[in-house]
Design a protein around this ligand. Structure first.
Ligand SMILES: [Fe+2]
Length: 330
């Protein structure tokens, strides 16, 4: 019997056939895994939604939902999308493999399942799950920190989540890839994380900042990049954090980049950042209307600050889907 200290992971085994299920359970338990055993797809999905699991072994053919549909449902839930799923198929079913890959399965085992093969796959997939857990934990710490900074200032409440949503819509409109949209979703939340280093008397000052205070405030782009740099999955989010205050004519900060030197993702975040700040209440003025905000943005674009194509795309998006940009839909 395994002790809690040597527990290697939690495995869900779903198979309606007792003569397949029981030997699997015994083998895994002998090798220090905790096993949750179920007899059908419905129970399998219920278990992964209600408790932490490190790996799922799913028979393809079961009463009720098949292994394919359970696998697809697991991969469709944000909370379980990184949970590794192994489908157990018959040797003769070549089509099962294709259907399994389409359903998002991470690996396959053929019946009769060979002990050594099973243990080797379980070991490597549980290890993979540990890495993705660490990654998700680190990302969620960063997002929580970013939201806690935002919460200090009642005027910016909800700003990060709105930005995350707006940037993805604008990126979609101009045809950016799924990966870039994902970078923007995260960039929208953490772009101002460097404000953690800005003292409250500057961060919360109701009036305009003096030169020394502006210098401190500008540091938030560099500090934010430094905070997120150790996270490898954030490598394409770093330019968004560092460069979201650059301007097309080189008068922005911190690197005074011009035009195409500024990555498109940073320009997208910047465009919606400005729109959101103009259309929400500030200590020194009430929220401006959509029309007034766009008028100001076009004026600043003519002055050489913003990317005209993006301001135009934003204007189009506001006309087509006004609800996306409604604070009420946050
Ligand atoms: Fe900022």
């Amino acid at each position: 019997m395994s002790s809690i200290t040597s527990l290697k992971g939690i495995i869900l085994v779903a198979d309606d056939n007792e003569s397949v299920r029981e030997p699997l359970i015994e083998l895994l338990r002998l090798n220090c895994y905790r096993v949750i055993a179920v007899e059908n797809g419905e129970q399998a999905f219920r278990e992964v939604c209600s408790q932490p699991v490190d790996l799922v072994l799913l028979d393809v053919m079961m009463p009720g939902p098949t292994g394919f549909s359970v696998c697809r449902a697991i991969k469709a839930r944000p909370e379980t999308r990184f949970l590794p799923v192994v489908l157990i198929t018959g040797l003769s079913c070549a089509d099962d493999r294709i259907r399994g890959i389409e359903a998002g399965a991470d690996d396959f085992l053929h019946k009769p399942v060979k002990k050594e093969e099973l243990l080797a796959r379980v070991r490597s997939l549980v290890r993979l799950k540990r890495y993705t857990d660490e990654l998700e934990n680190a990302e969620s710490v960063l997002c929580t920190l970013a939201r806690s900074i935002e919460a200090k200032d009642p005027y910016t409440e909800g700003h990060c989540d709105r930005l995350s949503r707006y940037t993805v819509s604008l990126a979609e409109k101009i045809g950016l890839s799924g990966e870039q949209r994902n970078d923007l979703r995260r960039g929208g939340i953490v772009h101002d994380i460097g404000k953690v280093a800005v003292p409250e008397f500057v961060l919360l000052k109701p009036g305009p900042l003096d030169a020394a205070e502006r210098k401190i405030m500008k540091e938030h782009t560099i500090v934010g990049e430094r905070i997120c740099a150790p996270l490898k999955s954030f490598r394409n989010v770093l330019p968004i954090i560092r460069l979201h205050h650059e301007k097309q004519d080189g008068s922005g900060y911190p690197d005074h980049l011009k035009g195409v030197e500024i990555p498109i993702t940073a320009c997208i975040l910047q465009t919606v950042d400005i729109y959101d700040s103009l259309t929400t209440d500030r200590p020194y003025r009430k929220a401006l209307s959509k029309e007034k905000a766009l008028e100001i943005m076009w004026e600043e674009t003519r002055r050489g600050w913003w990317d005209a194509d993006l301001v135009s795309a934003l204007e189009g998006l506001l006309a087509e889907s006004p609800l996306v940009f409604s604070a009420a839909s946050v």
